[in-house]
Design a protein around this ligand. Structure first.
Ligand code: TYD
Ligand code: MG
Length: 383
């Protein structure tokens, strides 16, 4: 597709004759992404962009604003499946983009557009078109919380690839993930930023995710998680306050709630901090969701730092899984993570204690090894 972050998630690029479903909440940037790749695709191929949401004129205006003006990009406002298939037969494009599956309808099917029966029916026809004619098809599917229209979930088993575009409305970062890929791994992510002139690729997510980080403030700690084969730094923030009521409030954002509760309990029992009566909030900055145990130690340190109201040094990062007995357990890909930590200018990293010969720290990065969270707290927060 010529867009590195998208190609990465697709496993190298789009495969001819495959059908890729691009799902995401309305307004997240699906149409923008698809229109932007047309610019590169049209250099070597012809693309038919079928929209049931915006008129040809609206799409043309948007394409011009995004700087997409290629000769072999064809626009078609249509929702009738038969007419679309007809147009594809006539034009014979290399790539077909359908925006969105929920607006299409097959006249032979009595169900309304957007119903489970219709979206399945239409997807099946498009799938046959892709395989039969060797056309690469991208289909946009809206994910909506109310569930009144059938979402991409019901189509996952039918198509070759399912990508989800995630992010928050108030945050300009967008993350593209593969939920299914018949032609590649599903653990890669692509990072984009929504700017004034469309989506920009973020080849250096660590830098972006750490930008604007508060300095010398209690309750923040940086860790490194693996997103596919790529190490990405993430900031974990915590806030602990004395609870006004009998039942303390707990909340977590971008971090598993139950895991956070467990880490609080370990902190109380093995870290000897009386946190159980506190309201606690845990937040991963930048819209990233962290679902890796390697982030445990950073969460524990951020919580303790907030509780004790003592900042963790700015140049300190933490990597490690925390067990129920408070022990620190080693994580995979440690040397890649340490390189990334070092690359972003961190000077110290605390890690689980392990045999010396297993790790090679990059020059200039000091390692602190700890066996359990009590040791980690003494070294980092209580020092
Ligand atoms: P869009 O691609 O229309 O979303 P979807 O197709 O997933 O529903 O994106 C719409 C949002 O993106 C809208 O809120 C405005 C924003 N946007 C920008 O910020 N900059 C741009 O250059 C474009 C085209 C859109
Ligand atoms: Mg759209």
């Amino acid at each position: 597709t010529g867009m590195g972050e998208l190609d990465r998630v697709l496993g190298g690029g789009a495969v001819r004759g495959s059908l890729v479903l691009v799902g995401g909440a309305p307004g997240i940037g699906k149409s923008t992404l698809m229109l932007q790749i047309c610019d590169n695709l049209c250099q070597t191929s012809s693309v038919l962009y079928v929209s049931g949401e915006e008129s040809e004129r609206q799409i043309k205006l948007r394409a011009e604003r995004l700087g997409v003006k290629r000769e072999r990009l064809y626009l078609y406002y249509q929702t009738n499946l038969d007419d679309i298939v007809e147009a594809v037969r006539e034009l014979n494009p290399d790539v077909l983009i359908v925006d969105s599956i929920q607006t299409l309808y097959n006249g032979e099917n009595a169900s309304p557009p957007g119903s489970v029966a219709q979206v399945k029916d239409c997807t099946m026809t498009l799938m046959q078109l892709a395989k039969g004619q060797g056309i690469t098809i991208f289909v946009i599917g809206h994910v909506n919380k109310e569930g009144s229209i059938a979402g991409p979930k019901v189509l996952e088993h039918m198509v070759d690839c399912v990508l989800y575009f995630e992010g928050e409305q108030h945050n300009s970062y967008r993350i593209l993930r593969a939920a299914k890929n018949r032609f590649g791994a599903t653990n890669e992510i692509g990072v984009f930023e929504m700017a004034d002139n469309g989506l920009e690729e973020v080849p250096n997510p660590s830098e972006a995710l750490l930008s604007g980080r508060p300095k010398d403030t209690p309750g923040t700690c940086v860790t490194c998680v693996m997103e596919g084969n790529r190490p990405v730094l993430a900031e974990v923030q915590a806030l602990m306050t004395a609870s006004g009521y009998g039942n303390p409030r707990r909340s977590s954002n971008g971090f598993d709630y139950n895991r956070a509760a467990m880490l609080m309990a370990v902190l109380e029992k093995r870290g000897a901090l009386k946190v159980s009566s506190c309201d606690a909030f845990l937040n991963v900055i930048g819209g990233l969701s962290v679902d890796e145990p390697a982030a445990d130690l950073a969460a524990v340190l951020a919580l303790a730092s907030s509780y004790l109201d003592k900042p963790i040094g700015n140049h300190v990062a933490a990597i490690g899984e925390v067990g129920l007995t408070g022990e620190l357990r080693s994580v995979n890909h440690l040397s890649e993570r340490l390189s990334e930590v070092h690359r972003l200018g961190f000077e110290t990293c605390i890690i689980p204690k392990q045999r010396k010969d297993q790790i090679r720290a990059p020059q200039g990065l000091a390692l602190i090894e700890a066996c359990n969270i009590a040791e980690a707290l003494r070294a980092i927060v209580q020092a």
